[in-house]
Design a protein around this ligand. Structure first.
Ligand code: AMP
Ligand code: MG
Length: 489
């Protein structure tokens, strides 16, 4: 176990040429205090959780002191925002403090978001507000609990420093962790700057650090692209299956490792609505829930273009085709598991489609319907009321339930066994917007951070019913149904 002073830094990114970043010191938050500490993330870097009790901990991750061995840089990236090339974007407010290697050899970036202006800040203040750090922190941990690849966070540090968004809020920092923060947009930067040698260097960097089996392979850029395409496909399949909308799938928010990255105006589905738009600033619905797989494809095309000096067109196309196939097969497998089906039968597609259709027509709760489906009783006389109650058109539900019973009987499904399998894939709890909002309001208005800790504890294991927590599985109350979540963060 390490103390703050003995963490083992290994700053591989800062050893790349200077065009890749700018060295910059964090701007300290004034009078920083610890809002929340995550022992699970500390364990990833062998950091003694007792360190969070030290008075200097908040200063350390509020930008006041550097850890010995840190080498802070702001990473350069460009990107496509809302489908349009936007040029240089970042990083305008996150500073890579350094990379820590743990005892098992894994490397983790320590990335301080909200650390003040950098040479890439444009007109921004370089800050993050408490609200957005809580949202990002909680969702990263929720995704981890759901088994979906994601960045993590070690802690949130708050301050009373005013930060201006739609209104006045307070500044905070989030210490985010990921094996790397390289994005599709990192490659786009060098393509648009015509620095082709840097594209090759960055590809080799990512391969050496994260895809070592591709080192010294002749067509390694094609192989890297195809790996990224498959990981992105799998990520999209997981988002679609769990009912998660990212909200700002710009190419600079796409991780080269296929992690969920840059949580902003995201949302989990409450009522099932495939066209759900969680980002209030997304007027066209470009990033609506059901568009995400296509947007993943669009972003991969941006990446393919950025790699094009080293990626033959036909190989890029083959990988893009692989994306579509990988998405379809992973999504299909996840959906089948959500229905508790093991065999594949011709009627399955219609069975799934019709269930989703019933949910959509009745504005049924996505998470709770699937969870209730796990309790399905296939005996002919069973009416399955707890599930039936989720639907408006009860006759249509009964007709569907009859088909599902037949389907289950056809593969000899056993109710009790199937429930165990389904409860492992259909979460009881997800980070509904209103739950996050409640934690944010308590933190911002009363400096009461207990709800953040409660949600983190709950969402570490979203598949298991937890005593006393039934209300956290409830659909939103009226005030929480149409919360406005914009890009402002
Ligand atoms: P995001 O929408 O958070 O992914 O941000 C897009 C880009 O704008 C990122 O590269 C950020 O670094 C930058 N950015 C966002 N907010 C700020 C801010 N308050 N100050 C400086 N840069 C920012
Ligand atoms: Mg971003």
């Amino acid at each position: 176990m390490h103390t703050l002073e003995t963490l083992q830094f290994d700053n591989t990114y800062a050893r790349l040429p200077e065009d890749f970043y700018r060295r910059v010191m964090p701007t300290p938050l004034s009078h920083p205090y610890l809002v929340h500490f995550n022992p699970d993330a500390a364990a990833l870097i062998d950091l003694d959780p007792g360190e969070a009790k030290r008075p200097e901990f908040a200063g350390c991750f509020g930008g006041s002191f550097l850890l010995p061995g840190a080498d802070p840089v702001a990473m350069l990236y460009y990107g496509h925002q809302f489908g349009v090339f936007a040029g240089q974007l970042g990083d305008g407010r996150a500073i890579l403090l350094g990379e820590v290697r743990n005892g098992t050899g894994d490397k983790w970036d320590l990335h301080l978001k909200g650390a003040g202006q950098t040479p890439f800040s444009r007109d921004g203040d370089g800050r993050a507000v408490l609200r957005s750090t809580i949202r990002e922190y909680l969702c990263g941990e929720a995704m981890q609990g759901l088994g979906i690849p994601t960045t993590r966070s070690l802690c949130i540090v708050g301050s009373d420093e005013p930060v201006f968004r739609e209104g006045v809020e307070t500044g905070a920092t989030l210490l985010r962790m990921a094996p790397t923060h390289v994005r599709f947009g990192s490659f786009e930067a060098f393509f648009y700057r015509r620095q082709h040698e840097h594209i090759a260097l960055l590809a080799d960097y990512v391969i050496t650090q994260h895809f070592p089996s591709l080192m010294n392979v002749a067509d390694r850029v094609s192989r890297l692209f195809s790996e990224v395409a498959v990981r992105t496909a799998h990520l999209m399949a997981q988002w679609q299956a769990v009912g998660f909308a990212h909200g700002v799938m710009n190419s600079d928010n796409m991780s080269i490792l296929g992690l969920t990255l840059d949580y902003g105006p995201y949302g989990f589905l409450d009522e099932y609505n495939p066209g759900f738009i969680c980002n209030h600033s997304d007027h066209q619905g470009r990033y609506a829930f059901h568009h995400q797989p296509d947007i993943g494809y669009f972003n991969l095309r941006c990446l393919a273009q950025a790699l094009s000096p080293f990626l033959p067109q036909e190989e890029a196309q083959a990988a893009l085709d692989q994306y579509e196939a990988a998405f379809a097969s992973r999504y299909d497998a996840l959906i089948k598991a959500k229905f508790g089906l093991r065999d594949a039968r011709p009627e399955d597609q219609a069975l799934v489609h019709d269930f989703l259709g019933l949910m959509e027509a009745g504005r049924a709760d996505y998470t709770n319907c699937f969870r209730a489906l796990g309790d399905f009783n296939q005996t002919p006389e069973a009416t399955n009321d707890s599930l039936r109650d989720h639907f408006l058109d009860r006759d249509a539900f009964d007709a569907w339930a009859g088909r599902y019973k037949e389907r289950l009987r056809a593969e000899g499904s056993v109710d009790a066994d199937r429930k165990v399998r389904m409860d492992r894939v259909n979460p009881k709890y997800v980070l509904r917007n209103y739950l996050a909002q409640r934690a944010i309001e308590r933190a911002a208005k009363q400096k009461d951070y207990s709800e953040i800790a409660r949600l983190q504890e709950l969402l570490r294991d979203p598949f298991t019913e937890q005593p006393g927590m039934e209300s956290y599985a409830s659909p939103p109350p009226d005030w929480g149904k149409h919360l406005v979540v914009s890009c402002s963060s």
